[in-house]
Design a protein around this ligand. Structure first.
Ligand code: G6P
Length: 487
């Protein structure tokens, strides 16, 4: 499968998106921009240090690119045409799997054509990875868009060590069972040697689905997957697959480093000043996605202003909602809904000198985000369901001043580790309102005590620890692959 001219790598990462998106301006100028989402943040440091290859889509339709190097990472682009984007990416990945795996907050659609596209595109990613993987290489496949790749890779290249990490939740069986292709997806995932999840509960849901649908024996994190026809245990022809939680993290030190830069601290002060130096600055940072609970957050904030428990003279909410999946209808409807709510609240409560909500439908460079985190007294993470939520960890990593209050939904994976946040159920609007007031009024001593404990957690399990522990489980304790091309 590997032509002799092609470089091969001992570590190959496969994800739907490359870490950079292709962008061409009207004047023809080409730039490669950091692509959206937490995955890039999480994997970039590992890829840079291990000189591996990254297989993924460059974020643009119908364009062929030769493999190239960007910022110390070898990138292997996979082509998607317009129909692939509509059916595999916007359709099956983001209109079927995404809502299904996030507790059906939005109704998932089930269409046979988009499933066919999912299979076809997964095959293309598997072929691309197989073409650049050295004999016996480690291939690490990421996220819900590529759940069939592990099995396809194993069939093409039984020599490979294959890992899979699911960045989003894995739903309880009662929800998962709705999927018409529930067996095919499980079969696809079970092609991996190690299947990683964010939370203990996600791994448990997966293992339960395997038991219910296939009846394979499971012991704790180990699943015995039969490889032949004989009964398991008698012929010994089964493979051990590990399904376990590995909570993802961020490169905490690099966030702190940015936060310590005088120019970024000056920018943080400037942000507060430009907002009229409110007593309390609250911040929300999310992709504009219905899983993030932005509407619930706005409702709670609006009621607090209406009740007079908060006032625009004292408190401003900065909401960054970065554009996401803008051609999927549920996302279009969400944008209208959120922007209507923001407009109403500002209309009802803003004064000439004080804006209730400073709303930004943009994505910003990391430096600007760090300045916002530094400027914010209270960080609101109110997701209705979220695999991890790296924004919560970024906020904590940035606050080297050991100040600031994190209000965190218990439905975000981060809540398993960040127990010293103010944990909320975002569906409980009264509870959320009380938590916000508590955050605004929290005495300095308590803020420091909580933030110190949160920072310890994030520092202990940073992204390097996360990837090392996953790769250790995958390679059975062998050294992390160096990934040097061996052409
Ligand atoms: C989440 C997913 C990622 C995805 C990101 C951005 O973090 O887990 O797989 O890349 O959202 O979404 P997008 O559809 O723009 O890639």
């Amino acid at each position: 499968m590997t032509s002799s001219a092609e470089p091969t790598y001992t570590l190959v990462v496969v994800s739907n998106r490359l870490p950079v998106d292709y962008d061409e301006a009207a004047d023809g100028a080409v730039t490669w921009r950091t692509s959206p989402g937490g995955l890039v943040t999480a994997l970039e440091p590992l890829m840079r240090s291990s000189h591996g290859a990254w297989v993924g889509w460059p974020g643009v339709a119908d364009r062929d690119f030769e493999p190239f190097e960007n910022d110390g990472i070898s990138l292997v682009p996979v082509r998607l045409n317009e129909t692939d984007i509509e059916d595999y990416y916007e359709g099956f990945s983001n209109d079927t799997l995404w809502p299904l795996y996030h507790d059906v907050i939005a109704p998932p659609s089930f269409h046979r054509e988009t499933w066919d596209a999912y299979v076809r595109v997964n095959r293309r990613f598997a072929a691309a990875a197989a073409a650049v993987a050295a004999p016996g290489a480690t291939v690490w496949v990421h996220d819900y868009q590529l759940q069939l790749v592990p099995r396809m890779l194993r069939e093409a290249r039984p020599d490979l060590v294959i890992g899979f990490f699911n960045h989003i939740p894995f739903p309880p069986y009662g929800i998962y069972a709705q999927l018409p292709w529930r067996k095919q997806i499980l079969h696809g995932l079970l092609g991996a040697d190690v299947i990683g999840f964010q939370r203990v509960a996600d791994a448990g849901n997966f293992t339960q689905a395997v038991r219910r649908l296939f009846g394979y024996p499971t012991r704790g994190v180990v699943i015995d997957v039969p490889t032949g026809d004989g009964p398991i245990g008698q012929t010994g022809d089964s493979r051990r697959v590990i399904a376990k939680h590995f909570p993802i993290s961020i490169d905490a030190a690099s966030y702190e480093e940015l936060a310590r830069r005088p120019d970024i601290q000056a920018r943080a002060r400037q942000i507060r000043e430009d907002l009229g130096n409110p007593k309390t600055l609250m911040l929300g940072v999310d992709r504009l996605d219905y899983t993030k609970g932005i509407g619930h957050r706005l409702k709670a904030f609006g009621e607090l202003l209406a009740d007079g428990r908060l006032s625009v003279e004292d408190v401003t909410l900065v909401q960054v909602a970065s554009p996401s999946r803008e051609r999927v209808s549920t996302y279009m409807a969400l944008r209208d809904e959120i922007e209507l709510a923001v407009g109403r609240l500002n209309g009802d409560f803003s004064t000439i000198s004080h804006t209730a909500i400073s709303y930004h439908h943009h994505s910003y460079p990391r430096e600007e985000m760090v300045a916002m985190y530094l400027a914010a007294d209270v960080m609101l993470v109110t997701a209705l369901r979220d695999g991890m939520n790296l924004v919560a960890k970024e906020y904590v990593a940035v606050r080297f001043d050991v100040d600031g209050v994190l209000v965190l939904s218990e439905f975000a994976g981060a809540a398993d580790e960040l127990k010293q946040a103010i944990l909320i159920n975002p569906h409980d609007i009264d509870g959320t309102k009380d938590a916000i007031v508590r955050a605004v009024e929290m005495p300095k001593r308590e803020r420091t005590r909580r933030m110190r404990s949160l920072r310890r957690k994030v520092a202990e399990n940073d992204v390097a620890a996360w990837s090392a522990s996953f790769l250790r489980a995958l390679t059975g304790g062998a050294a992390v692959p160096a990934g040097i091309p061996d052409d």
